[in-house]
Ligand binder design. Sequence first.
Ligand SMILES: CCCCCCCCCCC/C=C/C(=O)SCCNC(=O)CCNC(=O)[C@H](O)C(C)(C)COP(=O)(O)OP(=O)(O)OC[C@H]1O[C@@H](n2cnc3c(N)ncnc32)[C@H](O)[C@@H]1OP(=O)(O)O
Ligand SMILES: NC(=O)C1=CN([C@@H]2O[C@H](COP(=O)(O)OP(=O)(O)OC[C@H]3O[C@@H](n4cnc5c(N)ncnc54)[C@H](OP(=O)(O)O)[C@@H]3O)[C@@H](O)[C@H]2O)C=CC1
Length: 303
Amino acid sequence: MVLIGSHPILGFAVYFYSLGATVILAARKMDQLKSTAKEIELLGGKCDVMQLNIRDANQALEAVNQIVAKHGKLNGLVNNAGGQFHSPASKMTPNGFATVVDLNLMGTFYLCKAAFDGYMGEHGGTIVNIVADCRNGFPGMVHTGAARAGIINMTKTLAIEWGPYNGIRINCVAPGMTISSGMKNYPEKVLDGFIANGWMNPSGRFGTESEMAASVVFLLSPAASYITGVNLPVDGGYSLSRSDAKGPEAMYNPKGSLMRPYIGWPSDEKAAIQEVDAPTGIVKLFEKYKALAVNGINRDSKL
Ligand SMILES: CCCCCCCCCCC/C=C/C(=O)SCCNC(=O)CCNC(=O)[C@H](O)C(C)(C)COP(=O)(O)OP(=O)(O)OC[C@H]1O[C@@H](n2cnc3c(N)ncnc32)[C@H](O)[C@@H]1OP(=O)(O)O
Ligand SMILES: NC(=O)C1=CN([C@@H]2O[C@H](COP(=O)(O)OP(=O)(O)OC[C@H]3O[C@@H](n4cnc5c(N)ncnc54)[C@H](OP(=O)(O)O)[C@@H]3O)[C@@H](O)[C@H]2O)C=CC1
């Protein structure tokens, strides 16, 4: 039984069916949740949906209580809901800052605490918190940088407090720039700039939802049973360098990537991500990735 806060952006709900888990999708818009649930069921997976605003601590606990009452357990939690807006710090209002901290940091804490109080404190479980790359500063997004850094530190504390006595493992995944519906929140012009030459990471490309999903599933699974309190960057190496680098990073291959994208796991066509709801440039990019994921990549391939 795995609760995913948000509709399965970063596409991972489809993967849980192969582990035999029942997936509960929770977010504010029921339409999106229902259509994703249908897809999962068509694949043979078990799925339930519920409406949830993670910014409300009472709703979070109520959601966990409902799941435990209906299904008898809650083994996993993925805190995937999140987001922000772009603004220089000098122009940001206190309420703008607080809103993003409220969504990302407070929302994640509410769900962790609800899972602990409602089930995992007594029975154990595994939690994965989705964050973002905030190893260095996060210009233009001071609120989310602060909130995600808060989640990473909170995760370390909870790993220490909740591991020894409650059997809970808790980790973070920090996606790099990923092809997903979240890209609709950013100006196409900016995204086109990233596509043209802006990824600046050793992989030379965006990440895919499947690449994020596989990492989350790994951390939730018994295969990661000795890992707790870590933040796993899944970013093609982006966090290794300065985000605005133009100097030595010229070593990054400007023509594209030599790292084959991964869009499905296990190697079951049905479980591969087939399409993405994103701006045109990103959708076109994904179509190229699909071909490269299937046919392989070589020195003449261009993304
Ligand atoms: C131009 C350059 C762009 C660079 C883009 C770079 C892209 C890099 C991508 C980095 C990698 C990360 C990717 C992702 O995270 S993908 C996920 C994407 N999804 C989202 O980001 C969701 C975005 N939005 C939201 O979730 C909500 O809008 C949000 C929670 C942010 C706010 O929701 P809410 O309804 O609660 O907010 P209010 O309207 O009530 O406003 C509250 C206060 O916040 C201020 N605000 C809100 N939006 C903006 C804005 N766009 N610009 C400035 N200020 C904003 C608002 O004014 C309120 O404050 P005040 O009361 O003081 O006015
Ligand atoms: N895509 C990328 O490049 C990156 C993404 N990330 C992070 O990964 C996560 C997933 O990203 P992505 O799929 O791209 O984002 P999307 O914007 O597509 O998805 C955000 C999800 O969060 C849900 N959500 C937002 N607010 C709430 C709320 N108050 N309560 C419950 N659910 C909520 C939304 O559903 P609804 O509106 O129905 O509530 C939606 O399902 C996010 O935390 C994002 O910040 C981090 C780094 C890079």
